[in-house]
Design a protein around this ligand. Structure first.
Ligand SMILES: C[S@@+](CC[C@H](N)C(=O)[O-])C[C@H]1O[C@@H](n2cnc3c(N)ncnc32)[C@H](O)[C@@H]1O
Length: 286
């Protein structure tokens, strides 16, 4: 039903507006999502639906993008990386900050999906800074999918999901029973600010200590990935950290980020000695 010309129109619009890059082999996938929105809007021709989406970027386009996102996630996803966050990154940040009399910690979960990632971050921060007493701790969590964000804000998960990756110690401290499943305790929820944000655009966040952007860049092409990483560089404090997904890497890019590896966990540290704008160093390394 969807012609190649129509596929090209939609994929260009989607790329332009969200950075999500749909290769030609994703035509059936796009078609299946379009059908849902076309039925909901009562439009029978893909071209007329394209016109609607182009005109209503604040509403219909967002509904379509929501259907195109892959929201797979889990609590304590990529355990070695979470161990690195707990055992290396948080002690480094809290020690350095305490030495400098700074008691602010700002962390961003960019592409937070249904909330498991920011809740994991909040649990580890609570463990590293017991009671969070005397600290101003802010965790921002954002996503393009409103459906995912609604689940994130509720913080309710099935028992199977929670038990699959969460140790009993954490369940006992940070969750309460909710029927057959669990709900994140209010104290943990209160540490996180959830918001809609399209990573294609800058959101003005700065002075960040850690950015988690895991399993999001894989949906972007290299050009958009580089722009995103440049924005992350500018948003991070010197000595701040960027955590990417296990299939994502800055390997071969001259970014100024220093690669950190510990016990299979990986991260990138904004090298304090590097100055200037990261954009200027975006040359491919030989
Ligand atoms: C596979 S999930 C990853 C969730 C979590 N970071 C993790 O690693 O478990 C990818 C998330 O990225 C979001 N996403 C994709 N494109 C985005 C964009 N342009 N702006 C913001 N979020 C985006 C999707 O909505 C989805 O929730």
């Amino acid at each position: 039903m969807l012609t190649y010309e129509e596929f090209r129109l939609f994929s260009e619009l989607i790329y332009q507006e969200s950075g999500i890059y749909l290769k030609e082999n994703r035509k059936d996938f796009l078609e299946s999502r379009l059908v849902k929105r076309m039925l909901a809007t009562g439009i029978t021709s893909p071209y007329w639906y394209y016109k609607l989406v182009s005109e209503k970027k604040e509403s219909e386009l967002l509904l379509l993008l929501d259907l195109l996102t892959v929201n797979e996630t889990s609590l304590f996803r990529n355990k070695p990386q979470i161990d690195l966050f707990r055992n290396v990154i948080l002690p480094d940040l809290t020690e350095r900050k305490q030495a400098g009399g700074d008691r602010n910690l700002k962390i961003w979960s960019a592409g937070c999906s249904t909330g498991e990632e920011p809740y994991t971050i909040a649990m580890e921060v609570c463990e590293a800074v017991p009671g969070c007493s005397g600290w101003d701790i802010r965790i921002f969590a954002s996503d393009l999918s409103m459906t995912a964000l609604e689940i994130a804000v509720r913080g309710e998960y099935t028992g199977v999901k929670v038990h699959a990756t969460t140790e009993d110690y954490y369940i006992g401290r940070y969750f309460e029973k909710n029927g057959d499943g669990y709900r994140v305790k209010d104290a943990l929820k209160k540490m996180i600010v959830f918001d809609f944000h399209n990573l294609k655009n800058d959101n003005g966040l700065g002075g960040l200590d850690v950015i988690f952007c895991r399993n999001v860049m894989i949906y972007f092409d290299e050009q958009e990935q580089r722009k995103l990483v440049a924005r992350f560089w500018n948003s991070l404090n010197p000595g701040g950290y960027l955590l990417l997904g296990h299939a994502e890497s800055l390997h071969g890019w001259d970014t100024g980020f220093q690669f950190i590896y510990d016990n299979k966990g990986t991260a990138y540290r904004k090298d304090e000695r590097q100055e200037g704008n990261h954009h200027l160093r975006q040359k491919e390394m030989k």
